[in-house]
Design a protein around this ligand. Structure first.
Ligand SMILES: *Cc1c(COP(=O)(O)O)cnc(C)c1O
Length: 383
């Protein structure tokens, strides 16, 4: 029997998604950086991206960059989150490029690079309104004047990020503003920038609709490669698979029980007060996975079941008319949070599929249909 709980990863679907996106973006002159933080920088997934023609990979954790570097992959490695002071030595050792916003850190990177007889490349992140990482545009010239004096640093690019913290969208106007800014800065400082990195999976609709990508030549994609979705409206990208990942857990109890708890009711193990509608007796199954393993709110059962609740190691499911028995498996589709949590959990096995079998393709169409129904979509979103 195959072990559970597990994530089932279909490398062929990831390959299809990666190639399709690479071609789509490529036609507009944009290269893709594959963001592997959502899959804990899984080797097989990283290799699949490289085989699909993606030449740069990014992760937010230096430990993952170190792991990828030591594996000698044929890709340049970008540290996607600004380095902490305490990480500077590792960053210079393992990352080919890092994103940065702090002069003190860049100076420390320069000193470390000199010590290691290297040049460390950086992408300077600028703020376009989402208010996570980024230098205000008015402060960029001052920072550049300083950084240009650092002998250990090569300015490889300018980047920006959207829709990660405040939900600020990469609209046509924002993107034009960014391009305009970068073009001017490049002229003023005679910079030769390899990376003008305009955003993430939230940029998909902009890319499809824009007549002019401006100066942008790079986009950093995670979710749209792995889950086939753009993240501005959380819509599916029709030519891609949404089901390259499944979470699978095994039934450990299945009984007909009341739908409403009996006894004096207080708070549960997570300090939450929960209430239940009386639906009489129901088929309740428990699967052997819980909040330690996966973001349960990001799971949607593939069969017409309903997740009633969860604790650290149990997910309780209303299986409606289906009688499950111990040992049966329940299959769930995942949103990004559920994918990330299950991929990083040491308790969850990772298994791989290398084919697009006929049955699975049928499943894919059926599921697309389900996802298109508004009810299904809102429950998918409730993470
Ligand atoms: C996570 C991340 C990305 C990738 O985002 P997706 O929505 O998965 O495409 C891109 N850029 C930065 C800075 C990130 O932190």
């Amino acid at each position: 029997m195959v072990l559970s709980p597990r994530v089932e990863i279909n490398l062929e679907k990831i390959r299809h998604n990666a190639r399709t996106l690479r071609d789509l973006y490529g036609r507009k002159g944009i290269e893709i950086t594959g963001v592997v933080k959502g899959v804990a920088a899984d080797f097989k997934v990283a290799n699949t991206l490289i085989e699909s023609g993606i030449a740069s990979l990014a992760d937010s954790k230096i430990t993952n960059i170190e792991k990828l570097k030591k594996a000698n992959l044929k890709a340049s490695l970008l540290l996607l989150r600004s380095p902490a002071m305490s990480e500077v030595e590792k960053v210079v050792t393992y990352a080919d490029i890092s994103v940065n916003t702090e002069l003190d850190v860049i100076r420390a990177l320069s000193e470390e690079a000199i010590r290691q007889k290297k040049k460390h490349k950086i992408i300077i992140m600028v703020e376009m309104g989402d208010l996570r990482e980024g230098i205000l545009l008015k402060d960029v010239p001052h920072l550049l004047r300083e950084v240009l004096k650092y002998p250990g640093i090569e300015i490889a690019g300018i980047g920006t990020n959207f829709a990660c913290f405040a939900g600020v969208m990469p609209t046509e106007q924002k993107m034009r503003e960014f391009s305009h800014f970068v073009t001017n800065i490049q002229k003023t400082f005679s910079l030769d920038l390899s990376y003008i990195s305009g955003g993430n999976s939230a940029n998909h609709n902009w890319l499809i609709n824009t007549k002019n990508v401006g100066a942008v030549n790079n986009i950093r994609l995670g979710e749209s490669i792995f889950l086939g979705r753009e993240t501005a409206d959380n819509d599916i990208i029709p030519s891609l698979y949404q089901d390259a990942f499944y979470f699978i857990a095994e039934v450990i109890e299945s009984k007909i029980k009341p739908s409403v708890p009996f006894g004096n009711v207080g708070r549960n193990a997570f300090g939450e007060s929960v209430s239940f509608e009386n639906r009489g007796n129901m088929r309740r199954a428990i699967v052997g996975a819980g909040r330690q393993d996966v973001l349960v709110s990001g799971l949607v059962p593939v069969q017409p079941f309903e997740i009633i609740g969860s604790s650290s190691d149990h997910i309780i499911i209303d299986t409606k008319n289906t009688a499950l028995k111990p040992g049966d498996e329940v299959r769930f589709s995942l949103n990004y949070g559920a994918m990330l949590s299950s991929m990083t959990s040491p308790y969850v096995y990772k298994t791989y599929i290398n084919s697009l079998s006929k049955i699975r393709q049928k499943e894919f169409h059926k599921k697309q249909f389900l996802f298109n129904k508004p009810v299904q979509k809102s429950s998918y979103l409730s993470s």
